[in-house]
Ligand binder design. Structure first.
Ligand SMILES: Nc1nc2c(c(=O)[nH]1)N[C@H]1C(S)=C(S)[C@@H](COP(=O)(O)O)O[C@H]1N2
Ligand SMILES: [Mo]
Length: 421
């Protein structure tokens, strides 16, 4: 035990050093290269159950590579605060989606428990359930790299910049119910859990969050989960970065320390100037964000006059309490209307009445959540993160990005991404 744990510490130190080197040598470049190797005309085997129109919308932004499948939600093309399931974004770290026979699928709970357990889908559906609306968001969504100069996404619609977030009503069993069934031992303090996809996508979670509001979902907007969203079951970790919500969930191990699965320690670590260029592994909860989805980049205003501005706001910390809109690049702000229901850790729709006078304009939204957290501008965010001013124009790989999004409107009504000038 003694030698094991010191061995583990040694391993962690080496892993830390490696993560630092890998990130310094350009984990961002690797990410970008993946994007460039994309073949948007390719089609996955598992297909959305949507209409032809919906499929067309998704295909526009799809990216595929040997180890990665990405679909972006067309945020500009739906109303309300629930993302139609067939438009949900997809971030899959394997070449294809697993085809799982739900009748055979089992979820096991083992490790520091009194009774290791194995649940069938029928077992899970017999247990007390909850239905809750929550957003999911990839840790890389809307990041500086996506906006960066020379990046292929530059000037494309909001879908390609902000479309790695979606909101659904998820139904499932609270994880606390399952863990209580298994009986937690007193050293239990962390979970590590694994999906049944080819890459065995795994993640770590502190027990406090697991017992708070996490659940194992089998329903999405009243239907079974889509294959792309983790059929037959996935973890839902409300308000936290996407990778915590492991799809195709099959094993949960209760442990007394965090694990550092590949995607946590390597793939999803980021170098941070404010901690001396070291890599930071965990980011947990999303801060508050908002974005105007209409009008937005790639669209054209038909002429001066009335325009409804609309968008989405959310926070991993709670419910949205206020959204403000600026039409003059942040010089003045006015409060937008929130379309109910306004739910914690869920997208909230806002609207704002505007009369365009035909002159150049810069539209922005900024959200405040019920903990008082205010969405920062990009310079404010970089200041918080200790990113030097001379680097601020560079497309640094800053995941967990929540800066205010400017949309620049020209006199002819055309609209562009104004994040970098
Ligand atoms: N099993 C499994 N779970 C996973 C992933 C994966 O590749 N495999 N991707 C993670 C990441 S990085 C994100 S952002 C979310 C995306 O969920 P979605 O594909 O349902 O939108 O799932 C997470 N859970
Ligand atoms: Mo992600």
């Amino acid at each position: 035990m003694e030698s094991n744990s010191s061995g583990r510490r040694r391993f962690l130190k080496q892993a830390a050093a490696l993560a630092g080197v890998a990130a310094g040598a350009g984990a961002g470049a690797e990410w970008a290269a993946r994007g460039q190797s994309a073949k948007p005309e390719a089609k996955p085997d598992a297909q959305a159950n949507g209409s032809q129109d919906h499929r067309e919308l998704l295909r526009r932004g799809a990216r595929f590579s040997v180890d990665h499948i990405t679909y972006y939600t067309p945020l500009q093309d739906y109303a309300g605060f629930i993302t139609p399931a067939q438009l949900h974004f997809v971030q899959q770290h394997s070449s294809h989606f697993p085809e799982i026979d739900a009748r055979e699928h089992r979820l096991t709970i083992h490790g520091l428990v009194d009774r290791p357990l194995s649940f069938s889908m029928d077992d899970l559906k017999r247990l007390p359930s909850v239905s809750r609306v929550h957003f999911l968001e990839c840790q890389g969504n809307s990041s500086a790299m996506i906006h960066g100069q020379g990046n292929q996404n530059m000037g494309l619609p909001v879908q390609h910049i902000w479309g790695m977030t979606s909101s659904s009503e998820w139904t499932g069993v609270p994880l606390s119910v399952l863990l209580n069934e298994a009986g937690l031992q007193k050293e239990a303090s962390w979970l590590v859990y694994e999906g049944a996809d080819p890459g065995k996508f795994s993640h770590t979670l502190p027990l406090g969050k697991a017992l708070d509001d996490v659940f194992v979902a089998y329903g999405q907007n009243g239907d079974p989960l889509r294959v792309e969203q983790g059929y037959p079951i996935r973890m839902i970790v409300p308000g936290w970065e996407g990778p915590f919500s492991v799809k195709y969930l099959r094993h949960i191990k209760v442990a007394d320390q965090p694990y550092h699965a590949w995607n946590e320690a390597m793939n999803h670590s980021i170098p941070r100037a404010d901690v001396g260029g070291k890599s930071r592994w965990y980011h947990f909860q999303w801060a508050t964000k908002s974005v105007i989805t209409r009008p937005s980049a790639g669209m054209k205003l038909p002429g001066r006059g009335y325009v409804q501005i609309t968008g989405l706001a959310w926070s991993g910390g709670g419910a949205i309490s206020k959204v403000e809109v600026s039409t003059d690049g942040g010089r003045s702000w006015k409060e937008a209307k929130l379309q109910g229901p306004v739910l914690p850790k869920a997208h909230t729709r806002f609207t704002f009445d505007w009369n365009w006078n035909g002159e150049e304009a810069v539209l922005m939204s900024r959200s405040t959540d019920d903990t008082g957290d205010l969405q920062p501008s990009r310079p404010e965010l970089y200041k918080n993160w200790g990113i030097p001013a001379e680097d601020a124009q560079k497309a640094v790989r800053t995941t967990h990005f929540n800066a205010i999004q400017p949309w620049k409107i020209a006199r002819d009504g055309s609209i562009q991404d104004g994040m970098f000038g």
